[in-house]
Design a protein around this ligand. Structure first.
Ligand code: GLA
Length: 383
């Protein structure tokens, strides 16, 4: 409510009157990291942290937009040559362009937005921003004719073509399709997905944010993806979804050690998603937790997307008897996701804060996870 009030009053003072309000969520991912662009499975859910925007068509061909959090205003046209310089505005421009490229309608609008998805924490604030605007533009100018999957693809293409991140589909998918109380298992090859009720007995999820910032653009993220694609090509398959360890071992001497370990992680990780889904249905949290620790080890040692601070948080979790813990998201900083027995939660959080502070000179942030709805309209312009 606070967020909406802030947006409402800023919109009124900048543009006068009101627009419709939309929101889209950040996400967590229980397991299945770096598998999306390899045609594998992921297991994300939307969270109760959102980007929210108030938007109103302005009968011009100019988009005028103010970011409350960055305290910056910009305006841009809708042609390719009109791309704004500010990186935050490129997400919105990219969404407009990608909709136009697909034959959809976009006209000028006035917008104010803000959010409470922590930036650079691996919770997909950028996907939330893209999905919020894609959802709004679909509602305002396209009679909701663009299907929700396509909205997610529009966000993904925005990352590829306007933001320099060669990401998979997971973040935008989760941000658009999320459903309160449910995780979603998505097969990133067929794009079939299933909602899984998520209400673990005696356990809760908590995120511990190292506050080490990650920047995926021009980053090792794209290099990880390139490694996987090289190995798939060498194996003569489209993606590593179709690879197994025997196939990989058979070409071990033809590829670099680095590419070998990247592919090994992906092959192991895609199996772990299926194991965790089954275990969750059976209430077998021990297996869920073991897989999470295995994922962390793989992301740290084989995929090399962890960092000292996150490895430390993982060690602390293990020492506190946390059921499962791992680095979450693209990596290179951000959060660990932890599955914790409820009666161990307070002690773990306290210990993680204290020990991390002693070692790195600042406390990590702590976010309890509430699985929530994805992109939606908050209210009409007449509010
Ligand atoms: C980032 C990307 C996603 C996915 C994850 C790693 O969040 O945007 O597509 O690849 O990293 O699982």
């Amino acid at each position: 409510m606070e967020l909406q009030k802030k947006i409402d009053s800023t919109f009124e003072s900048r543009f006068g009157g009101h627009g419709a309000v939309y929101a889209s969520a950040g996400r967590i991912n229980l397991i299945g990291e770096h598998t999306d662009y390899n045609g594998g499975f992921v297991f994300p859910g939307a969270i109760d942290k959102v980007i929210m925007a108030e938007i109103r068509p302005n009968d011009t061909d100019t988009v005028r937009v103010f970011s409350i959090d960055i305290d910056e205003y910009t305006e841009f046209g809708l042609n390719e040559a009109d791309a704004p310089k500010q990186s935050w505005a490129r997400y919105i421009f990219g969404v407009c362009r990608e909709i136009l490229k697909r034959g959809g309608n976009v006209h000028g609008f006035d917008a104010v937005f803000a959010g409470n998805v922590p930036l650079g924490a691996g919770l997909s604030s950028s996907a939330a921003l893209e999905s919020c605007f894609a959802f709004a533009i679909n509602d305002l100018f396209n009679n909701n004719q663009i299907d929700k999957f396509e909205l997610a693809r529009i966000g993904q293409s925005t990352e590829h073509n306007y933001c320099g991140v060669n990401c998979g589909i997971m973040d935008q998918f989760a941000s658009v399709m999320g459903k309160a109380g449910h995780l979603m298992r998505l097969d990133c090859r067929s794009m079939e997905f299933e909602y899984f009720p998520f209400c673990p007995e005696n356990h809760s999820l908590v995120l511990i944010d190292s506050r080490v910032k990650h920047e995926l653009a021009d980053s090792p993220y794209n290099k990880r993806r390139a490694s996987c694609e090289r190995v798939a090509k060498r194996l003569g398959i489209e993606t590593l979804r179709d690879a197994d360890m025997d196939m990989l071992n058979a070409i071990k001497t033809d590829i670099t050690a680095e590419d070998y370990f990247r592919a090994k992680f992906v092959i192991e990780e895609k199996e772990r998603v299926l194991t965790v889904c089954d275990a969750l249905v059976n209430g077998d949290y021990e297996t869920v937790g073991r897989c999470m620790y295995e994922t962390h080890a793989g992301l740290s040692k084989d995929y090399e997307v962890s960092c000292e601070e996150l490895d430390y948080l993982n060690d602390v979790a293990r020492e506190c008897g946390v059921t499962g813990s791992r680095i979450m998201g693209g990596g290179f900083g951000g959060c660990t996701i932890n599955l914790v027995e409820n009666d161990k939660m307070d002690k773990f959080v306290e210990e993680a804060k204290k020990r991390f502070n002693e070692k790195y000179g600042h406390e990590p942030k702590v976010y309890p996870v509430v699985i929530s709805d994805g992109a939606h309209k908050v209210c009409e312009a007449t509010h």
